[in-house]
Design a protein around this ligand. Sequence first.
Ligand SMILES: O=C(O)CCC(=O)C(=O)O
Ligand SMILES: [Fe+2]
Length: 234
Amino acid sequence: MEFEKLAEQFWEQGFVVVESFFQADEMDRLCHLIFEEFGDSPSFMHDEEFLEKSKADVIPWFPQREGVFDFDATGNHRDLQRLTAAILGEQWCEQYTMVMFSNRNSDGQSWHQDCPPENPSRFNLNRLVYPHDIDDQTGGRTVVMPGSHRRGVLPAGAPNEDLDGQVVLQLNKGTLVLLHGHCWHRVLPINNSKRVSINFRSAPAGTPDDITDVCVYRNMRYRFSTSEVVQERV
Ligand SMILES: O=C(O)CCC(=O)C(=O)O
Ligand SMILES: [Fe+2]
């Protein structure tokens, strides 16, 4: 694998997509585990205001916090570690594993940055693994804006509109996406199928653990730890 070339692409675009990074049987096993965990009609109580304004129609699960370690081997994949080091340098740190589940016919997620971009060297690195195909039929494709990790704050405006230059990703089972936390991204509405992604979040060495506590949307900044809108944007 050409780690340096992929790292270069990452720093140019703010993301990099590697297809067939993981084996299909490993993906099937994790997908099964996730569907077992969530069952048929899971619910998650983000407060109404957040759901309404962010359209973040997604239920997070942090397996390690519940003593579930079935995802660790995937996160510790040797080439994933190497690619991460090629991007962040040898001293990067692991944050946590977050599984994201979206129900059939749910809204996806509006444009956002995972953390405020004011300090370009303070960011999280999403390492997203897709354990099933996500295409036009399933909906829920991930949309990114190339180069936007260098463009500062996501402009205020309509939370979900198409933006010039956006790229809609094709996500086949086993695809890895590394995505800079300042890179503008969103998830399209989901059709009649469940959607999951697994995020092995990491960051440059020395990044505060709560780096993703405040998320930037086009209509607000939101703090998860206190469930409050910390800034209205117009
Ligand atoms: O599930 C995805 O494709 C993207 C999720 C996301 O926004 C994130 O992990 O920060
Ligand atoms: Fe995100």
